[in-house]
Design a protein. Structure first.
Length: 201
C-alpha cells in the first residue's frame, strides 16, 4: 500500500511496479503454490534414499509355547461419582505376532466383577494363522461384566513362537462425550520354550 502523502505520479509508478512484480511471480513455473503441483504420494517419498542394508537378524530373545492370559475389561465406568456410570463397548483383540507359525486359541472365558463366569466365547479350539488377528465384542448394553470384568484367554502352539498381542479396547460416544482406552493382557501361566525347542542355526 502506498502512502497518501506521496505525489500522485510517484504513487502511480510504485503501484505499477508492484503489479508487475505480482504478475511475474505468478508466471514463475517453479512456484510451489501453483494449483497444478501435486503433493508427494507419501511423506516417505521426501526422505533421502539410504543405501545401507539392515543388520542380520538375530535369534529372538524369548519364545513361548503357550500362555494363560488375564485381560482386564470394563462394561461400564463411573463418572463424577459412584452413582453415575457410562456404558462401554468392549473389543477383545488377539493378534498372532508370529510371522510364520499359527497358534491355537484354546478358550476365551468372560468373568464379572465378582469372579463369576458370565459366558464362554469359544465353542472349540480355533487356529489363528501367522500374523492373523481375531476379536470378540461385548456389546455396550451388556452390563453383566461390571466395572471389574475380565477375560481369561488360553492359547498354545506346536513350536515356540512369539507371544501374541492380546488387549481389550473400551469405547463409548454417549451424549456429547467420547471415551476410549485399552487394557493389555497379564500372563498368569506360561509354557516356556525349552532348550531342545529352540530353533537350530
Amino acid at each position: 500500500m502506498t502512502s497518501p502523502f506521496l505525489p500522485p505520479s510517484l504513487r502511480m509508478v510504485i503501484g505499477l511496479g508492484m503489479l508487475g512484480g505480482l504478475l511475474l511471480s505468478g508466471c514463475d513455473p517453479a512456484d510451489v503454490s501453483s494449483p497444478n503441483t501435486s503433493p508427494p504420494a507419501s511423506r516417505l517419498d521426501s526422505l533421502p534414499v539410504s543405501p545401507a542394508s539392515p543388520p542380520a537378524q538375530e535369534r529372538p530373545s524369548r519364545l513361548v509355547r503357550g500362555q494363560t492370559l488375564y485381560v482386564p475389561a470394563y462394561s461400564h465406568i463411573y463418572i463424577r461419582d459412584a452413582q453415575r456410570t457410562m456404558n462401554l463397548a468392549t473389543t477383545l483383540s488377539i493378534r498372532n505376532a508370529s510371522p510364520d507359525t499359527p497358534i491355537t486359541i484354546s478358550s476365551i472365558e468372560y468373568y464379572d466383577s465378582n469372579g463369576n463366569h458370565v459366558r464362554p466365547y469359544l465353542d472349540t479350539p480355533r487356529t489363528l494363522g501367522a500374523l492373523a488377528s481375531t476379536h470378540v465384542v461385548v456389546e455396550q448394553d451388556d452390563l453383566r461384566g461390571g466395572v471389574g470384568a475380565n477375560f481369561l484367554v488360553r492359547w498354545h502352539a506346536e513350536t515356540p513362537v512369539h507371544a501374541p498381542i492380546v488387549e481389550t479396547v473400551m469405547i463409548t460416544t454417549e451424549a456429547t462425550q467420547g471415551i476410549s482406552f485399552r487394557s493389555t493382557a497379564r500372563v498368569l501361566y506360561e509354557t516356556s520354550a525349552s532348550a531342545a525347542d529352540a530353533p537350530q542355526d
